[in-house]
Design a protein around this ligand. Sequence first.
Ligand SMILES: Cc1cc2nc3c(=O)[nH]c(=O)nc-3n(C[C@H](O)[C@H](O)[C@H](O)COP(=O)(O)OP(=O)(O)OC[C@H]3O[C@@H](n4cnc5c(N)ncnc54)[C@H](O)[C@@H]3O)c2cc1C
Length: 494
Amino acid sequence: MKTDVVLIGSGIMSSTLGAMLKSLKPDLEIQLFEVADEPAQEASKGWNNAGTGHAGICELSYTPEMEADGTVDVSKAISVFEEFEYSLQFWAWGARNGLLKSTRDYINPVPHISLVHTREQIPYLQARFDGLKAHHFFAPMEHSTDRDTIRSWAPLLVEGRDEDQPVAATRMMGGTDVNFGEISRNYCEWLDAQPDCATHFGTRVVDLNRSGKGWRVTVRDEQSGERRDVEAGFVFIGAGGGSLPLLQKSGIPEARGYGGFPIGGQWMITDNPEVVEKHTAKVYGQALGAAPTMAVPHLDTRIIDGKKYLLFGPYAAWTGKFLHVGGSHLDLPTSIRPHNIASLMQVGIHNLDLVKYLVEQGLQSKDKRMKELYNFYPAAREEDWKVIDAGIRVQAIKKVPGEAPGIVHYGTEVLTSADRTISALLGASPGASISTKVMLECIQRCLPGLLESPESQARMKEMIPNWDEDLKAAENRGRYEELHTAAQSALQLV
Ligand SMILES: Cc1cc2nc3c(=O)[nH]c(=O)nc-3n(C[C@H](O)[C@H](O)[C@H](O)COP(=O)(O)OP(=O)(O)OC[C@H]3O[C@@H](n4cnc5c(N)ncnc54)[C@H](O)[C@@H]3O)c2cc1C
């Protein structure tokens, strides 16, 4: 088989790239291969992530510290908001043009709240609020230290809380709960129905070799064991936890030195209607102790398959697996190569607190887990909550010049070969929320020819109207409001 593009994986990254490429150039031939029998069964699946449309509104990890002058640097939160806007715009276009079906299945309006509950954190939240409120993205944000006001926003945060304990919160309407698995499923179905395109489930990519100016991708049918080769001009490895082993198979020099460090996760969830109906918000707090930034606790409304739940967590856990479906405890040891063994060992040595934290978290009793929940919902009852598995994040580990070796970087890395014929996504943060921006950048870097003509640029302008605009600039406030309102309306978020 010969094709223009091979996409590996059917999560939010590969499926977004497929939808974007085919919409941009309708005569492109695209083949998508997924080892699972259904789309998006790993990190992008509804229950495997928190479904927060990360827009920098409530996540205190993007604005971690107060400066000596009492201000908080909010630039990262502003960037994340703008990156998420790319997704909102592309989803809105997808909703208007039949790529995405029923909006309520994949996106729902849920206010985003930040909560602090210690005397030391109160001035920090005020300074963060002052910094954010000054920017037009965050103009609708509210701040309060008044219990009654916070109770009216989210009663569970105040119910049963010690009267002497100070609380402060910010709230912004316009936050979202997103089912990234549903978006991936919609994109895969749409792509499969397009001419010269197909999605292949139950099909594992087992090898990647250079062939002519492109790649020979070897795939194996998981049922019959039959193998076949596919020749492609461009390959995108969007295999989530499976990306690192495939990158290593490709042998591109850019992958040298990279290692993967898996962090498992768990949630506590409840579907007790009495509890669930009292809370409609995503409430984020601050990271505790050695908790990695992605393990910052939050109490979230989730809407999955039309049903509302509350989710709390994540609780991190030690694992050697890179994937849930078809992953193995040997994933971590077999990813070790002479060129990455030093980085991996240094991670263990230099991040002992993190390793200890992961092991402890995994062994935690339900009692201990409830204690963390009481920080958010002091009157929670243990019998309402059950523990479920969340997705696995495989953190990309690399040596950064000038930094102590072994520092774990939690960013999302897109690795591309020098000849731009293969690209892979490693890491998972901020993740699914910024998939549109990340995939647009992948097209700009690897397939710039697709955006050269005035016609294709105009097409991209229809798909992502802000793709060549700076919506965060003060002078573009009006334009931002116009585009944002239109997207909210198309996605029925108003
Ligand atoms: C606990 C947790 C909470 C999170 N919360 C959020 C959140 O609130 N908001 C947010 O924006 N992001 C969140 N994320 C991050 C987000 O889930 C990920 O960034 C995103 O889903 C990654 O998508 P992906 O397409 O790269 O990978 P995946 O969704 O993992 O998809 C990879 C696919 O590739 C397939 N695959 C693997 N190997 C092969 C192979 N050899 N051949 C064929 N197919 C293969 C897999 O089966 C899988 O379907 C969270 C992640 C975790 C783990």
